[in-house]
Design a protein around this ligand. Structure first.
Ligand SMILES: [Zn+2]
Length: 425
């Protein structure tokens, strides 16, 4: 490694920093929730073309094609006008080094209830060293870091010796189908790095996740006959309790070794409950939607079947539900967990790059959520990990990212590019 070139690239990150912060603020102002990703994707595509001179492709997902692939999760919505963006810097002629993908998701979860925020979730407010906003940590900051890492390398006049692919995908928060579509469109490389806001920690494993929908049927009526009716909202308690019981049960079993030290690795989140539409009407339906975690190595279908059995058993103990069992279905996440051996080149190079920007050794950790890294690791034999900025209140109010950590990640990724892809002296 030519030290002076490396120093030059690090200096470029510093001198581009204000532009990077402004770029991140712009990303934060797009309300890129599910179905509303087109504007930010157009903005990023233009930026990759104009500022980085990348070859850019915008990919529209085809669920019929994707549905046949391992890792696909069923979606209940349209993919029209919701592209994935891929920018590629190709090396012509003889290549040295290895190729890399950097990937970030631009979809964010809702900011509701906005009244709980002290800052406008869509204003990218900076206070001290923090920037606030929905999705600013998860993971628009990572997206800015990966784009400006390559920009810094370019600005320093360094010619990388292998290909770099930048992807900004949709649906990381519900299916992962955006990541799947981008790989299936042919955008593969020797490794993939994802700057999720897990901090400067290399991800070595993550749980699987699925979503479940439980529809409890009652017998609706006017409230004056409520004693003859069966209130579905009240009956839903049986299923809520069963979900809590199941969560307790699976966390009481022997843990997967990657999560051996974690007190509660498998979380079940009851995310939505909906019932009724009128105070004076007994609701005849109540729908519960939940997110369920599972260990790496467990087939999500098996976990779904097991939970279905558990819920139906619980229903049998209820006078009404035993004859009117809940309707159980699934949509969204059907995600396997994975582990990856950190004794491989990807981690070695990441560690070297990390040490240039942080004085501490790189640490490793497993995550009790899911990320798009699973697709690369499980189905395409492309080693993939996450390493990203420090943030907090992700999916909550007053989400923020630590700006100093964004700069540090930008530098680590710039150094990674030089070490991994190699470059022309
Ligand atoms: Zn994320």
């Amino acid at each position: 490694m030519n030290n002076s070139k490396e120093q030059l690239v690090m200096k470029q990150v510093d001198s581009l920093w204000e532009v990077e912060v402004e770029f991140l603020q712009q990303l934060g102002r797009f309300k890129s929730t599910l179905g509303n990703e087109a504007a930010i994707q157009n903005f990023i595509a233009d930026h990759l073309k104009e500022s980085l001179q990348l070859d850019v492709e915008m990919i529209t997902l085809d669920p019929l094609k994707l549905a046949k692939l391992p890792g696909y999760s069923a979606a209940e919505w349209s993919y029209t006008g919701r592209p994935v963006v891929v920018g590629k810097q190709s090396v012509k002629g003889k290549k040295k080094g290895k190729s890399v993908i950097f990937q970030g998701h631009i979809d964010v979860v809702s900011a509701e209830p906005v009244s709980k925020w002290n800052y406008d979730p869509w204003a990218s407010t900076i206070v001290g060293n923090k920037m606030y906003g929905r999705g600013i940590a998860d993971m628009k900051a990572g997206v800015a870091a990966m784009i400006f890492a390559l920009k810094a390398v370019q600005s320093a006049g360094v010619e990388l010796s292998n290909d770099v692919i930048l992807k900004t995908v949709i649906e990381e928060e519900c299916t992962g189908n955006g990541a799947l579509a981008a790989i299936e469109s042919g955008y593969k490389a020797d490794v993939a790095l994802i700057p999720e806001p897990l901090g400067p920690v290399a991800l070595t494993g993550q749980v699987g996740v699925f979503w479940i929908r439980i529809k409890v049927n009652g017998a609706g009526a006017h409230t004056e006959r409520a004693n003859q009716a069966v209130n579905a909202a009240v009956k839903s308690y049986v299923m809520v309790q069963a979900l809590l019981d199941y969560e307790k049960e699976i966390n009481g079993l022997p843990k997967h070794e990657a999560f051996a030290d974690h007190p509660h690795p498998l979380n079940i989140n009851i995310g939505k409950i909906h019932s009724g539409d009128w105070p004076s009407t007994v609701p005849s339906e109540c729908t519960i939607e939940a997110r369920v975690g599972l260990f790496p190595g467990t087939d999500p279908q098996e976990a779904k079947d097991e939970l279905t059995g558990f819920l139906l058993e619980a229903a049998k103990k209820d006078e009404w539900l035993k004859d009117n069992p809940p309707e159980i279905s699934f949509y969204g996440f059907h995600a396997e967990g994975f582990t990856i051996d950190p004794a491989q080149e990807l981690f070695h190079t990441l560690e070297e790059a990390h040490k240039l920007t942080e004085k501490k050794d790189l640490t490793y950790g497993a995550f009790t959520g899911t990320t798009d890294a699973r697709f690369y690791n499980l189905y395409y034999d492309i080693p993939s990990t996450c390493y990203g900025p420090v943030g907090a209140n992700i999916h909550g109010s007053d989400e923020w990212v630590d700006l100093e950590s964004v700069k540090q990640v930008t530098k680590t990724y710039a150094a990674f590019l030089m070490k991994w892809c190699n470059y022309k002296d």
